[in-house]
Ligand binder design. Structure first.
Ligand code: EPZ
Length: 418
């Protein structure tokens, strides 16, 4: 078993370069199999979620070369196979093979996806979308079978602007006959990244990044190329680290408008930020104002940064309120922040945080990926040693987290224990 051990309260100085986005690459790999040729992806993060999807490509007999953040996928020998539970449950994004295989082979057999335990996370919008396109769906326990004689474009309205459903329906519709319109589509930057790859392969998608996406079906998709966008959640996590313990900590390789909501809230707290092109320089201030944060769909405050930012709220002078509106259960980290000395009360999806707290290092648990990121941030600011268990969650989404933090002065390491 691996643990992360952090000796906290060390100043962070220097530069952290942001990697390619987890929530993009996990959709870009399934999207690539729609090509009948080679697809080249650059800036591919080396995280365990990438590896889990490459394992699915292996199962499908799909060839690829992954070297130095460049991934070349060649679909010429791909075969349709049942995606067993052992592979599907490793991550949420295995469900993008539903849309991709349905478009490619008109039949998919796959088990329910895994992913962070942050709520019930149903996939009913995805299924309704596939049905509207003409697929028949059979559910047998955890096993989902989708079959279609042919897929036909349709008007699909999403009850909620779901990231996963928007991408999955886009994947399924890209080769359907005729026009598909997705209304109340999600607008997250990762959706634009996937549409850009598909269009480079010959798809006809317009409106990605707005709430109405239009897709004109095509028969064939050829070679494609894409740069994975920078990970806005990784960037946000390190920006928060800068506000906690930074001394001119530079976070580089970001797209500022993707982290706009976070920057705006940090400025409201009094965090010192200097934005220059694709970098942000952050230094810790002595005092922070308490603020209220409510998570929303893009371009609102992203749910994935709610847990990390709540660590910073423990350092503000007075009462802050953090409200989670997207998932039912984004409070797994609170119990461990309390153990470290934070004054937090949780009422359903709202946390009331009273600061400033003098956090002390303790043994804690990463209950999910972003709860794990929150524990790392708490460990960086706490006095003494923080030991984090279940770090597999963290390694799913943060490339080289230990090296990146060590390089800017953190005392952090991974240890193997029995
Ligand atoms: C994606 O999850 C991300 N995961 C999440 O990142 C992210 O938190 C989330 O989008 C919101 O930005 C990946 O990209 C792999 P949703 P997803 O569909 O697609 C409900 C992280 O920490 N819903 O936008 O699962 C759902 O329960 C992860 O990196 C339905 O009811 O999110 C939730 O309440 C965690 N039925 C809301 O919609 C459906 O069919 C938004 O979910 C689909 C969703």
């Amino acid at each position: 078993m691996k643990q992360l051990v952090i000796n906290g309260n060390k100043e962070l100085k220097g530069e952290i370069k942001i990697s390619g986005a987890k929530n993009s690459i996990v959709a870009l790999i399934p999207a690539a199999i729609l090509s009948d040729d080679k697809v080249s992806l650059y800036n591919v993060p080396n995280i365990s979620d990438t590896k889990a999807l490459l394992d699915i490509l292996d199962l499908l007999n799909c060839e690829y070369k992954y070297d130095n953040e460049a991934l070349e996928i060649n679909t010429k020998k791909i075969k349709n196979k049942v995606i067993e539970e052992e592979l599907s449950k490793k991550l949420r994004a295995s469900y993008y093979f539903m849309g991709a295989l349905l478009a490619k082979f008109k039949q998919v057999e796959i088990y329910f996806p895994g992913g962070c335990n942050i709520g019930s996370r149903p996939i009913d919008f995805h299924i309704k979308g596939f049905e509207k396109l003409g697929a028949e769906v059979t559910i047998d326990g955890n096993k989902y079978t989708f079959k279609a004689k042919k897929l036909k474009g349709a008007n699909i309205y999403l009850d909620f602007a779901s990231v996963g459903a928007t991408i999955n329906i886009m994947l399924a519709a890209v080769k359907a006959e005729g026009k598909t319109t997705i209304s109340n589509a999600a607008k997250e930057p990762e959706i634009v990244n996937v549409a850009t790859l598909l269009n480079s392969m010959g798809a006809k998608i317009s409106g990605a990044g707005t709430s109405e996406i239009k897709i004109e079906g095509v028969n064939h998709l050829s070679a494609g190329v894409i740069d994975v966008i920078p990970d806005r959640i990784e960037a946000g996590t390190y920006i928060i680290a800068g506000a906690l313990v930074g001394n001119k900590l530079r976070i580089s390789g970001i797209i500022e408008e993707h982290v706009e909501a976070l920057l705006s809230k940090l400025k409201e707290m009094g965090v010192k930020l200097e934005c220059t092109g694709d970098s942000i320089v952050i230094s810790k201030s002595k005092r922070y104002k308490p603020i209220n944060i409510k998570t929303l769909v893009f371009p609102g405050f992203v749910t994935d940064l709610g847990q990390p930012v709540s660590v910073l709220l423990t350092q503000a002078d007075g009462m802050s309120i953090f409200e989670e509106t997207i998932f039912e259960n984004r409070m797994g980290h609170v119990k461990y922040l309390q153990k470290m000395g934070a004054n937090i009360r949780v009422n359903d999806r709202t946390a009331i945080i009273i600061g400033p707290a003098h956090l002390k290092g303790k043994e804690v648990v990463a209950t999910d990926l972003r709860a794990g990121a929150a524990m790392v941030l708490a460990g960086l600011v706490a006095k003494g040693t923080t030991t984090i268990n279940n770090i597999e969650h963290i390694l799913r989404g943060y490339e080289n987290i230990v090296e990146k933090l060590q390089n800017v002065g953190a005392d952090i390491k991974i240890v193997e224990v029995e």
